[in-house]
Structures are given as C-alpha cells and as structure tokens.
Design a protein around this ligand. Structure first.
Ligand SMILES: Nc1ncnc2c1ncn2[C@@H]1O[C@H](COP(=O)(O)OP(=O)(O)OP(=O)(O)O)[C@@H](O)[C@H]1O
Ligand SMILES: [Mg+2]
Length: 238
C-alpha cells in the first residue's frame, strides 16, 4: 500500500484557548493508480487532511505510513525530501508565485531536479501548460491570468515533476463545468500514465462520483460513500 492512515487525529487550539478536534480518527488506504475523491461540508477538515497526507502538517496522533515507512516519526529533513520527490499539490488558493509568468510558475519545482538541463526544464513546463490548454499563455503574468487559468497553471505545476501522489484541493473550483470535466480527465490520464495516486477534494458531486472510491468527511472521520444519491442527501441534511 502506498498510503495508509490509521486513526489519524488532528487537534488545534483556538484563539480562546479551547481545543478544536478537527480530525478524530481518519482511516484511509490509497494505492498507486487509484483515484480517490473526498467530499464534505466547508470546515469539516478536508484541507487539514490533505495537508497531513502531503506531509505539510503532522497529525496529533495516529499512524501515517508512506510506502511502509512511518512518516509521523520521521525527521523534518527526510519528510521534506519525501514530499518533494513524491507529491504534487494543487492548493485551494492556487499559491502561484506573484508577478511571474505561467511558465516561471511551472518550471519552479524543477529548479531542484538534479541532472536536468535548462532546456529540458523549459520543455517540460511548456508541454505541461500546453496539455492544460495554456499554450498561448506561457508568458502571461500571474496577475493577468483569469482565476481558471491560474488554477490550470497550478495543476501544471503540480504535475511537472511526475509525482507519485497528486493531491488536489478543489481543482475545478474556478472552472466552468465543461472545462472542469476536461481538466479532471487530463488529471486522471496523467495519474494513470504514471501509476500515481490521485486524491481529490471537491464540492462537485459529479466529479466526486467518477473516482474509484468516494469518501465523505464528517464529524472528523471518513465514511465511504456508497452511492451518489446518498452523498447528495448527506450533504443537504448535515
Ligand atoms: N491551525 C488552525 N487553528 C485553528 N483552527 C483551524 C486551524 N486549521 C484549521 N482550523 C479550523 O478547522 C476547521 C477545518 O478546516 P479546513 O481548512 O480543514 O476545512 P475544509 O474542510 O477544508 O473547509 P473548506 O471546504 O471551506 O475549504 C475549520 O473550522 C478551520 O477554521
Ligand atoms: Mg479547504
């Protein structure tokens, strides 16, 4: 198993000093080539969970094994290296480098790729942007790109190092339905080509339903969603 979370909890302290138990006992297993979607209402802890999966945050308790190694006990340097070599992130807020071009943003993660020449990096970045329909926007500055274009740059950036795990937080939040569906197809194709795990947080149930496995995050735990209709009802009721 590539990713294995067992009984993961995450508690933070609020401004008034009281504890907030965001995650209470999350269990999740994801293998290479698998496509998992996670839905849940705002504030249920989806981003918190994604940050833990991507080793940007540590759980308060529980076990996280990545390819059989316990990540929680690992030192910061090893975790950083593991993260850089294995994970691609599409953040909810895009997090692009301001006042840089689309191309600069996508090439940035390759700056640390050893043994890769300047032109190779540029080619990879350009091809990635072209694949996401941004071949005409390579030299456009971040601040001149539309929200949906920025989102696609963020996706190209996440994929450029051919990660083993692609973590996406609302990757179609700024896109129209048609473009969103197309981008999800691309993400899925890329994941399959590389046998990468694809983990997608989304509010779009149509997108969620197309994953191999769909989970709902509620009350600090993940529930396996049995069918889409049930998911819709759960989201409306809770
Ligand atoms: N470091 C922190 N300190 C205090 N509260 C936090 C912290 N991190 C997250 N929270 C709170 O925990 C809850 C879960 O946050 P999180 O960002 O994971 O939600 P989410 O499911 O991603 O929501 P959304 O769908 O709106 O993006 C929120 O109520 C948030 O305010
Ligand atoms: Mg979030």
């Amino acid at each position: 198993m590539m990713i294995s979370l067992r009984d993961i909890a995450r508690t933070v302290t609020l401004a008034d000093g009281s504890p907030l138990h965001i995650l209470k006992g999350v269990n999740l297993e994801v293998d290479g080539g698998e496509y998992v979607s996670i839905v849940g209402r705002s504030g249920t802890g989806k981003t918190t969970l994604l940050n833990i999966l991507g080793m940007l945050d540590k759980p308060t308790s529980g076990v996280y094994e990545f390819e059989g190694k316990n990540v929680v006990k690992m030192g910061e340097r090893r975790r950083t290296k593991l993260r850089g070599n294995n994970f691609g992130f599409v953040f909810q807020q895009f997090n692009l480098l301001p006042k840089r071009t689309a191309h600069d943003n996508v090439v940035a993660p390759l700056m640390y790729a050893k043994g890769m020449q300047f032109w190779q990096r540029n080619t990879l970045a350009r091809e990635g942007l072209e694949r996401l329909g941004l071949g005409e926007r390579l030299d456009s500055m971040q601040q001149h790109l539309s929200g949906g274009e920025q989102q696609r740059v963020a996706i190209a950036r996440a994929l450029v190092r051919q990660p083993n795990v692609i973590l996406c937080d609302e990757p179609t939040g700024a896109l129209d339905v048609e473009t969103g569906a197309h981008i999800m197809d691309t993400l899925r194709q890329v994941a399959q080509e590389q046998n990468a795990a694809l983990i997608v947080i989304t509010h779009d149930l149509a997108i969620a339903a197309r994953a191999d496995t769909t989970y709902t995050l509620a009350d600090g735990v993940l529930h396996r969603a049995v069918d889409i209709q049930q998911m819709v009802e759960e989201m409306v009721e809770s």
